[in-house]
Design a protein around this ligand. Sequence first.
Ligand SMILES: Cc1cc2nc3c(=O)[nH]c(=O)nc-3n(C[C@H](O)[C@H](O)[C@H](O)COP(=O)(O)O)c2cc1C
Ligand code: SF4
Length: 421
Amino acid sequence: MTKVLFEHRGKKGVDTFAGWEAVGGFQALKRALKMKPEEVIEEVKASGLRGRGGAGFPTGVKWGFVPKNTGKPIYLCINADESEPGTCKDRVLMEELPFMCLEGALIAAYAIGAKLAFWYIRGEFDLSERVIRKAVETLREKGVIGKNVFGSGWDVDLVVHRGAGAYICGEETGLISSVEGDKGQPKIKPPFPAVEGAFRCPTIVNNVESLAAVPWILNKGGATYAALGTEKSKGTKLFSVSGAVAKPGVYEVEMGYPMRDLIMNECGGPQAGKTLKAIIPGGSSVPVLPAETALGMNLDYESVQAAGSLLGSGGVIVIDESQSMPELLAILGRFYAHESCGQCTPCREGTGWGSRLLNRIDDGGGKSEDMVTLERIARFMTGTTICFLASSMAMPIQSFFKHFRHEFEALLPATTEARGD
Ligand SMILES: Cc1cc2nc3c(=O)[nH]c(=O)nc-3n(C[C@H](O)[C@H](O)[C@H](O)COP(=O)(O)O)c2cc1C
Ligand code: SF4
């Protein structure tokens, strides 16, 4: 199977400047700098690459949204916040292949006309931050960041900005607020960041994994990348698999790869003596699926959606029969209640209230009407808020109840009829 992101993973010294150069590093950047920025954007459009931060928006199309000739500076923000529970792929890319990630970011900055990029890194990522900072210093010393990069006449600088540990700073407008020195709180869109982002200037926010694929695309051509994967989900994707499998880890597979093969082959199947019960395929915010449903689907945006969930960030959480679904949902509820930024009433109140109800169900002190109340809270939280965090709690509630209702009912005294509002 073709590897794009992990083509050079594990090779000796590939995390150093010389090691990255030895495997062909910086050829893509040099190639890009000889092209017009619009041509680089066209190449990325031709690849069909879609954003790997969760939403799956076409990367080249987003770059093309940056307005021309506004007279304002243009910024690139690299989203290395990676706080979605179950997701740990950007960390692996940064720590093992830092120069590949940086090369991708520099190509993106050139393509959109940015001279300044912000590498926004998750507050808890101590090692990743040190690796990226050191790599940025090396690139400065070598003149790959600075004035007149590779004699192209293009100047660029890159600032590493470490977050303070808030999940919501992964949301692009929250990230921008944080970069500006404000509280990391999302803003209503439009305006979209590409038009009005950091410091009210055009800004592109891209996930680390999206940018890390760009050097390969420039080297091998957009069409070569587009030939991988499925018709609508091109290329490869990283999946960080955690939970009840024999070999948890981060795996690169082509889009459209069967989930059953990922779990049974790459991950070595369930842990000894365990039977799989459920799988969350795209990070904790997406709907959970019964294991049999998830194992029967392919790993691309369309197939996962058709099966009733979302590909999201590719954080595959595998749950076995010994685990309690009410307990897992109560843990998720506490996470979202803690991470809500509090601006929107349905989210601030809904996550807190929902979490309290989930905790008491799990503790055995729930009331018969609690599930009906939770279903109503989830409904009122969906589509009524500035950002997607509220839905990120609503979707797990709805899907856990849909597929594992009996486990919750078993903890409650008696169930009340659903109300029709
Ligand atoms: C609550 C919330 C948290 C998010 N966290 C992250 C994150 O940690 N990393 C990330 O790349 N995108 C995250 N996103 C998605 C970003 O808003 C944005 O879509 C993404 O960075 C765009 O990059 P891409 O087009 O390369 O995927 C989050 C979105 C929401 C609503
Ligand atoms: S939905 Fe929640 S996290 Fe998002 S802006 Fe509103 S209160 Fe903040």
